[in-house]
Design a protein. Structure first.
Length: 234
């Protein structure tokens, strides 16, 4: 993709794929309203993020397909001097899918309208944090647990599996239950309150690894502060 000023203007992409008249005509044919078309953006990725806060997953796929066809049309114009009409590009994109649309606003958007702020939160003093995860693979269910104190020091954990397939909601409950059963941590009885939170997978790497390790190796293991070397670098 190129345009006359691309070498001097790093923001040229948003102009080429959003503000270019033929592209706007194509997107208007698709039924997009003014929200993703009339607002000014400095960077292309900011425009795409706003679009994903309006359109659902299926529609975003069609939207990207439409942009790809528009991209090719611009390349044909730059390198060959030939440019198709907007309706020709629209019809070409529609041939790839029988239920093609880029205007459905009924289902939930890909990104939430209000961005969620996600960050690591340090546990309160004199508290323990238990991360657990579960997975189902080849008719087996496995769990992984890692326990650490408020300073992030690993106190122990474990992983295990059983030859039984569960629905996903029950696998998570199974993992949580097994984590609380760890005999090494009978001191949990001293705690009077608990707070359960859902974390992103990126915040649960060790427990996720223990899940996969247990199910791939058909193993059950518990450990204390002498945790296995496999998780040292995670």
């Amino acid at each position: 993709m190129t345009c006359n000023s691309i070498k001097n203007d790093p923001h040229c992409l948003v102009h080429a794929l959003k503000d270019y008249p033929t592209t706007r005509a194509i997107l208007t044919l698709g039924g997009l309203d003014g929200r993703p078309l009339n607002k000014d953006y400095l960077y292309y990725i900011d425009w795409l993020e706003d679009v994903m806060r309006i359109l659902d997953k299926k529609v975003v796929e069609d939207f990207i397909m439409m942009l790809w066809n528009s991209w090719n049309n611009r390349n044909n114009f730059v390198f060959c001097g030939k440019e198709d009409k907007a309706w020709v590009i629209w019809d070409r994109a529609r041939t790839h899918c029988h239920d093609f649309w880029i205007h459905n606003l009924v289902n939930n958007s890909v990104l939430p309208l209000t961005p969620a702020i996600k960050k690591w939160e340090k546990p309160l003093c004199e508290s323990m944090k238990i991360n657990n995860d579960a997975t189902v693979f080849n008719n087996k269910t496995s769990f992984g647990v890692i326990i650490h104190d408020s300073d992030g020091f690993v106190l122990g954990g474990g992983g295990g599996f059983k030859d039984e397939e569960m629905i996903m909601e029950w696998t998570e409950l199974y993992a949580f239950e097994e984590g609380l059963k760890l005999e090494t941590y009978k001191t949990l009885e001293m705690f009077t309150t608990a707070d359960v939170k859902w974390d992103n997978r990126s915040c649960n790497n060790v427990a996720d690894f223990m899940c996969k390790y247990a199910i791939l190796n058909n193993s059950n293991m518990l450990f204390g502060m002498n945790y296995p070397k496999e998780i040292h670098d995670i």
